[in-house]
Design a protein around this ligand. Structure first.
Ligand code: ZN
Length: 362
């Protein structure tokens, strides 16, 4: 299993389709439907909740419950203010990056479908070279080709419409996946691949497995906070992205050293249950899966925190996929890392026994 390739043509086709579909925070359901369609042959049943979190369940009657989780939402913008001459000012829905906005195409989601627009920017000729103004939330604006506010409204665009980038999946140099929203479409994809492998390799787990695709992570782990109360799991293994810190202008002394192509990144943080993390590390070593380490002070900033600090404490751990250029439209990951995260979650599940408490006192 350690050397066998995991991703198939079919799984990559799904990943591409799943990435190319927009699923802004709060509006995840079309993406969830694609994900559930793909996952369906590999699970016994589904749970969905009011805000759109989706969970594929294997062994739904088992008392002991293990979650593997990624998040389904992507960062976006909201239309916040429309000027009399028909330009749109925005606020963030998640950690959208004002610095990359100028000159980007956008899709504005309306009741009648997508309206195209562009983030405009003053021409280099017209700017004061002595004091360049960087893009900020209060000076970036969208032009949808409308002459005034009335025309904007006629186009179906109003305050509260969400805005995403149209950038689609590409492969660079054969093994780098590039797209917007790989944070954290990759997570949902990887946990679904774990379910596929369990099914194809006819592995029977002694516990209930809850393959979870949570909503609303980007605005504060909200989907995970909701679904952990519904599932009430005993164990949660979370996967999200983390930074490749080897590209320019990132300080390794504060950000640590993690990079794409060097394997899954295992987190050390108070929310990470030590015995569960050690089980993951032992599994990586036993199966010759490369890995890297990362430390977080206080919170991990991922859904790990939401699962860990729920239901009286849930043994939780975080396996991250290293990624370049987070929250830009050209997020980049290494194919080998995607496969190794899948492999590590899969092998770890095979190493968890029914009823394990991971107690420090046994
Ligand atoms: Zn993010």
């Amino acid at each position: 299993m350690a050397t066998k390739k995991i991703l198939t043509k079919k799984s990559l086709d799904f990943f591409e389709k799943y990435l190319n579909n927009a699923a802004p925070t709060g509006y995840e359901w079309e993406g969830q439907k694609l994900w559930m369609d793909y996952l369906k042959p590999y699970v016994d049943t589904f749970i969905t909740d009011t805000y759109g979190t989706a969970v594929g369940v294997i062994n739904p009657d088992a008392k002991f419950k293990v979650v593997i989780e990624g998040h389904s939402d992507e960062i976006s913008w909201y239309v916040n203010y429309i000027t009399d001459n028909g330009l749109l000012y925005v606020i963030r829905n998640g950690g959208s990056d004002h610095q990359i906005a100028p000159s980007k195409w956008v899709n504005i989601h309306t009741k009648n479908g997508m309206v195209k627009g562009v983030f405009g920017w003053p021409a280099i000729h017209t700017r004061d070279k002595g004091k360049e103004t960087p893009p900020k939330l209060d000076n970036i604006f969208i032009d949808i080709g409308a002459k005034d506010k009335e025309e904007v409204e006629k186009m179906g665009v109003h305050v509260g419409c969400v805005i995403t980038y149209p950038d689609e999946f590409q492969i660079l140099n054969g093994d780098k996946f590039v797209c917007r929203a790989i944070d954290n479409r990759a997570g949902g994809f990887m946990v679904a691949e774990v379910a596929r492998l369990l099914h194809e390799n006819k592995k029977k787990l002694p516990f209930g497995l809850y393959i979870t695709n949570a909503v609303q992570e980007e605005i504060g782990l909200r989907g995970a906070e909701m679904i952990t109360q519904t599932i009430k799991p005993n164990v949660a293994i979370i996967t999200d992205v983390c930074h490749d810190t080897t590209t320019p202008m990132i300080d390794k002394k504060t950000q640590g050293h993690t990079e794409i192509g060097a394997g899954p990144v295992i987190s050390y943080a108070p929310a990470v249950q030590n015995k569960l993390r050690e089980r993951i590390l032992e599994t990586a070593e036993a199966n010759k899966i490369p890995f890297q380490r990362m430390a977080a002070s206080r919170a991990t900033g991922t859904d790990t925190d939401a699962f860990a600090y729920s239901n009286g404490g849930v043994a939780s751990a975080l396996i991250s996929l290293p990624l370049r250029y987070m929250h830009t439209t050209v997020e980049m990951v290494h194919k080998d890392d995607v496969e190794n995260v899948i492999r590590l979650i899969y092998e770890t599940l095979l190493n968890i026994k029914d009823g394990e408490t991971f107690s420090y006192f046994d």
